[in-house]
Every structure is written in C-alpha cells, then in structure tokens.
Design a protein around this ligand. Structure first.
Ligand code: BDR
Ligand code: CA
Length: 316
C-alpha cells in the first residue's frame, strides 16, 4: 500500500536472474506490478525475457513483459551465468512459457507507462541500467513522472562483486547507462551490494522458508539451487538476494534503519575502477545529493516480506 492507502504500483526493470525472481515474487505478493521491462545482464536477453515470462506464468498474473536492450550502451560485458546458471534460472530445463513478450521495446514501455500514470509509479531497477538510460534519452522529463526510483546497484565502500574489484555487477556491466541515470535523476534510493551482503539470508532460514512455502516456493527452490551452491561455496554469509533487498525497500521504505544522503557518480574510465560508484562522503565536490544510500534495514521485516512472497510464514 502507498501512504495514501492505494495499492503501490510498481514498474520493474530486471534481468532475471535468481534474485530478480525473488524480487518479482515479492512485488507480486505485496503490490501491483504494471510491467516488467527486461534487459540483458545476468545472462543474455533471450534468457532474461524467457525467465520473466516463465515467472509471470508461474504467478498466473497478467503482467506484461517488454523486451529491451540486448547489450550495454557502449562496450560489451560478461554476464553472471557462473552465479545464476547458463540460462539464469539454474538450468533446470523448465518448459518455456506459452506467452510471448509484448512487441513494445522496454524503453518505450517505460516512457509510455510513466506518461499514462504520472506520479503514480515506483520504478524498481534491478538490472544494468541500459533500458532506463535509453528511456531517459527518449524522455528527459521521465523523472518528473515517476514517484520514486529504487536502484539495486553500486558498491559504496568499494568491495563490489565484479571483475573490476571496486565495482558492482549492475553498474559494472553498463557504466555509461548508470552514468546517464545517476546524472539525470534528481533523487533515488540506492541499495548497494554491500548492504545486500550485510542482509544476506542465513542458509538455514532461507531453506526453511522454501520448505514451508507454496507452489511459488517450490518453483523458486528449483531455480535457486545453482545460486545457493555458489553462495555457499564462496564463503558468503548466507544467500545474498540483492534484488530482493531493493524490492523490500521499494515496498516498505520504513524498513530502512540507516541511510545516508550523498552525491554518487559513476567512474567511466579507470583500468581498475571503471564502473565504480564514487560517493562524495565528505561533500567535497559540492554537488547536490542525488542518492539516498540505504545502509541497513530491519532484517525481520525484510524476511517477513520474503516469506510472504513464498507463501511461508516468517521463520523468526
Ligand atoms: C546484481 O547483479 C545481478 O547479478 C543480480 O541480479 C543483482 O541485480 C547484484 O550485484
Ligand atoms: Ca538483477
């Protein structure tokens, strides 16, 4: 629900992806989703579109799926199949969805939906920002028509999870797109990788939620195996579900317990640092704040949103 008591309307730009899938399940359980716009990222566009369509079929909800950009704006980039599986959904060989994507490009869909519902949509960006950058070039007034933008991206203390060390995947995959968005959008919520690590789901709690859930949990458990094994094998503190954390912040801004407002820019050069998110922590550049950097959330409330999306009761 929005503050005005109306259902929250979400437009989700995404590259499913196992954590994208959990975020979309959460969105469908707790809000109204007006569309999924799809980018390449975790895996190629054919798979991310197919995965989005499959998820919509599993949910049995009429959410339009709009295919978008198949590559970053400027330079090619490698995906994250080593985390999510070659098809992005754990390579379980699911039967493809019967429905097809709309014929409308994701960037056009973002522009149109924002014009149709000015001031009503929360845009949740869970992928490289290619589609959104393109939409901004098509309609520079887009930010005026979107109620709120929540971005999963960045590594504000420089640890990251990408081939270039201080860089997070969504930003590192398409730094130019992130630059376009960060420069043009006056104010957005940024849920960075390091917050997502702090708010990983302990493996036993994650498993318990999957075991206690309904058909959504069973489907999710089937696609999440590869990513779960990757998280465990790489010494992570639990299942890192980055996009799900961003979705929780979109759904319930009140769950944020610690945040800082600063200017964040994207490094476009840098042999070692291209795609890094540079935070002006000490306000030395004098540029206006563009990001509300989410640092911590209420973990119990986050897990309750996840559990609700899987048809499980919160395990705490
Ligand atoms: C982000 O990159 C992708 O692999 C995930 O889906 C998430 O959007 C985390 O860095
Ligand atoms: Ca994603």
């Amino acid at each position: 629900m929005s503050a005005a008591g109306k259902p929250l309307l979400l437009l989700i730009d995404t590259d499913p992806g196992v954590d994208d899938a959990l975020a979309i399940l959460m969105a469908s359980a707790h809000a109204e989703v007006v569309g999924l716009t799809i980018a390449a990222g975790n895996v190629g566009l054919v798979h991310t579109v197919g995965n989005a369509l499959k998820l919509v079929e599993v949910l049995a909800v009429p959410i339009p799926v709009h295919a978008g950009c198949a590559s970053p704006l400027v330079l090619p980039a490698a995906g994250a199949a080593f985390v999510h599986g070659a098809d992005g959904f754990g390579d379980i060989g699911y039967p493809p969805a019967k429905a097809a994507a709309s014929g409308e490009h994701a960037a056009n869909a973002i522009v149109r939906l924002a014009r149709e519902r000015p001031g009503e949509l929360t845009l949740v960006a869970l992928a490289p920002l290619t589609n959104l950058a393109l939409a901004l070039r098509l309609d520079p007034e887009l930010p005026d028509r979107i109620a709120r933008l929540v971005v999963m991206g960045g590594a504000v203390s420089g640890r990251g999870n990408f081939e270039r060390v201080p860089t997070e995947f969504n930003i590192g995959f398409d730094p130019e797109a992130a630059h376009v968005v960060f420069e043009a959008w006056p104010q957005f919520d940024l849920v960075d990788w390091e917050a997502c690590v702090r708010h990983a789901l302990a493996f036993e709690r994650f498993d318990a939620m999957l075991a206690a859930g309904d058909a959504r949990a069973r489907f999710y458990a089937s696609i999440a195996g590869t990513a779960r094994r990757f998280n465990q094998a790489n010494g992570r503190p639990g299942m890192i579900v980055a996009d799900a954390l961003a979705m929780a912040v979109a759904l319930q801004p009140q769950i944020v317990t610690r945040a800082e407002q600063r200017h964040v820019a994207v490094e476009l050069g840098g042999a070692l640092t291209r795609g890094a998110t540079v935070v002006d922590w000490d306000r030395r550049h004098g540029r206006p704040t563009n990001a509300n950097i989410v640092l911590d959330v209420d973990q119990a409330r986050f897990e309750a949103l996840v559990a609700g999306a899987l048809g499980a009761v919160a395990a705490r």
